[in-house]
Design a protein around this ligand. Structure first.
Ligand SMILES: [Zn+2]
Ligand SMILES: [Zn+2]
Length: 428
């Protein structure tokens, strides 16, 4: 196994240094400068499809929108899926990188917005390409099917669902394992983070329209004020996590937006609220949603509104399911990482309530063991300074988030390539 590790290490460096092979750092910079929004990843997906095709993969484009599937059938063995996501975000980049994005584009509503790879999906794609090249060049070291998936529209939680609907698991060999990584804005470049079990949360977006009967601000007794009712509802919603869900079950209810009214002395007819909900289990998710429905209805009754005026709760059905890291698979990965990166660079991390629709690839019948690991992306010196001076590092989605790309990508390729090799080569 030592021989394999060394090979991966050397090749990963070569990928970056060599003239003939793909220069992953150049690729990264190009991707970083040219982010595309969710559902608009046409240039990105075309570019990567060409690279994978030239490497010798059997490439299928437009799987579930802009999704790309690259397959290498390399004899009898397991099928392993590696995923990278492709979309950027409507964020104006404020980093001072020479390759910072200056790109503006029309979003799906036709509004011009700045775009940025603020979630590190450019790193994910570069690592996937590096891993693809290594596993193709060294295909005598493993047997089985390698299924590389470039997922579109992850940030809006549509890509995984659309790719599955479009036959990802029927038109191509069905994976025995699904693997992905995500950059981590709180971990040093050179390190990876792992955790078994729940890793990232269910994400639901909910719109609530609180209805009332508007009128003059000086004659409140002739109205049913939806602003007061909304304030009451927002306070009551905070009791779901604090008083109803078991303290041992993580959950979040955040009202992120409230809009109502036009003027000081006019009581409006309605107020609109936008919520994000987070949970791990389906039970907590369902309990949170039914509590919201009960609270808004009860508050409307208490305000003396008739049924026609009960608040309307709209749950977006395209929710992001939680990422559950299969514990057996994580144990294997952790051993593989220690071997390829050294135990000092393999860190057990805590779960977060962020969302990632990668979890959906495992939530099929029958379930596919799935694991996502974290790839440290913070420059060593920046990390040390931040720790020393107690400075908060820019988070994912921040306009200042800038991975230390070279060591991050190298580490990602080493970790991912070795993990795939180990999974192909050991019994599970
Ligand atoms: Zn993101
Ligand atoms: Zn992301």
């Amino acid at each position: 196994m030592k021989k394999i590790f060394l090979l991966v290490f050397v090749t990963a460096f070569n990928l970056i240094a060599s003239e003939e092979k793909i220069n992953l750092f150049d690729l990264y910079k190009e991707l970083h400068s040219n982010p595309e929004l969710s559902y608009q990843e046409t240039e990105t997906s075309n570019k990567l499809a060409v690279i994978l095709d030239e490497m010798g993969y059997e490439v299928t484009k437009n799987v579930g929108g802009n999704g790309v599937v690259a397959l290498l059938e390399n004899g009898e063995g397991k099928t392993i899926m590696l995923r990278a996501d492709m979309d950027g975000l409507p964020v104006e980049e404020k980093t001072r990188a020479s390759y910072a994005s200056k790109k503006k584009t029309l979003n799906l509503e036709g509004v011009e917005v700045f775009t940025m790879h603020a979630c590190g999906h450019d790193v994910h794609m570069s690592v996937l390409i590096g891993t693809a090249e290594f596993l193709m060049t060294n295909k005598d070291l493993w047997q089985g099917n390698l299924l590389l998936v470039l997922e579109p529209a992850e940030e809006v939680s549509g890509g995984a669902r659309n790719m599955i609907k479009d036959g990802l698991f029927t038109r191509f060999p069905r994976p025995d394992f699904n693997l992905a990584l995500h950059v981590n804005a709180g971990l040093q470049a050179g390190k990876v983070g792992y955790l078994p079990g729940w890793a990232m949360a269910n994400v639901d977006s909910i719109d609530i329209t609180v209805k009332g009967i508007g009128g003059h601000g000086a004659y409140p007794h002739t109205t049913k004020d939806p602003i007061v009712l909304s304030a009451n509802i927002i306070s009551q919603l905070q009791t779901i996590v604090s008083r109803q869900i078991a303290p041992t079950d993580p959950a979040v209810v955040t009202v992120g937006s409230i809009h109502g009214g036009t003027k000081h002395n006019v009581i409006p007819n309605e107020v609109k609220l936008q919520l994000t909900l987070r949970s791990y289990t389906d039970e907590v998710r369902n309990e949170t949603i039914s509590s919201i429905e009960r609270i808004v209805r009860g508050s409307a009754i208490a305000a003396g509104l008739s049924e026609d005026y009960y608040p309307v709760v709209k749950i977006k059905d395209e929710y992001t399911p939680a990422v559950y890291n299969n514990p057996g698979l994580v144990e294997k990965l952790q051993k593989s990482f220690v071997k390829s990166l050294g135990s000092d660079n393999v860190i057990k991390v805590s779960p977060v309530m962020g969302g990632e629709d990668f979890g959906m690839f495992g939530r099929v019948e029958p379930i596919i063991p799935t694991a996502l690991f974290w790839l440290g992306a913070v420059n060593e010196k920046v990390y040390e300074r931040a720790t020393r001076d107690d400075i908060t590092l820019p988070s994912l989605h921040s306009d200042l988030f800038l991975p230390d790309a070279e060591p991050t990508i190298k580490t990602g390729v080493i970790a991912m390539s070795n993990a795939a090799l180990d999974l192909f080569n050991t019994d599970y």
